[in-house]
Ligand binder design. Structure first.
Ligand code: SF4
Length: 165
């Protein structure tokens, strides 16, 4: 099969971009996709200028319009993140991604429930609204063989239907 280009939360590739300057390398994911993939790494929190290390954040407020706020000092970074995301999503259009893998349970990248609450991470929410038909999955779900196979199938179908390079 042709190589597919997939966006991914940078920490899953082993980049030390987390709030504690560590990573969340997902060997299982990297091994499962192997060399059939070209990864496009994105770390919303670093790329929007929050630095490493940084104070951890969480989501507060309404599930449909959550705010991204630091845990101790209560600084609201939502507007900064949204402004950066708008420009980054336009850049990502040029990448012609066939899919995106989001780090689970992150207030920026979490695609499904973040910390057992029905909220989606700020960047994941913006991404899925902008790229409505691009397959997206969260990292923990992809440890399930069936979900991973289905995700791969969807990405190849999307690539073909969209005539992506
Ligand atoms: S979960 Fe997202 S924002 Fe957090 S470190 Fe990983 S890539 Fe960066």
């Amino acid at each position: 099969m042709d190589k597919i280009k997939i966006g991914i939360s940078s920490c899953l590739l082993g980049e030390n971009v987390r709030y504690d300057a560590k990573h969340k390398l997902d060997r299982c994911l990297k091994d499962a996709f192997g060399k059939s993939v070209k990864w496009i790494s994105v770390c919303p929190e670093v790329e929007c200028g929050l630095g490493v290390p940084r104070e951890p954040m969480h989501l507060i407020g309404r599930p449909d319009s959550p705010r991204l706020v630091t845990r101790n000092s209560n600084i609201d970074h939502t507007d900064k993140m949204l402004k950066w995301a708008k420009a980054r999503l336009e850049q990502l259009e040029k990448e012609e991604l066939s899919g995106f893998v989001f780090k689970s349970s992150s207030p920026s990248c979490g695609l499904k429930e973040v910390l057992s609450e029905k909220r989606t991470g700020i960047f994941a929410k913006e991404f899925t609204a902008h790229f409505r038909f691009t397959p997206a999955e969260d990292s923990d779900s992809l440890h399930d063989d069936k979900i991973r196979e289905e995700f791969i199938r969807k990405m190849h179908a999307f690539k073909k239907a969209s005539n992506l390079s």
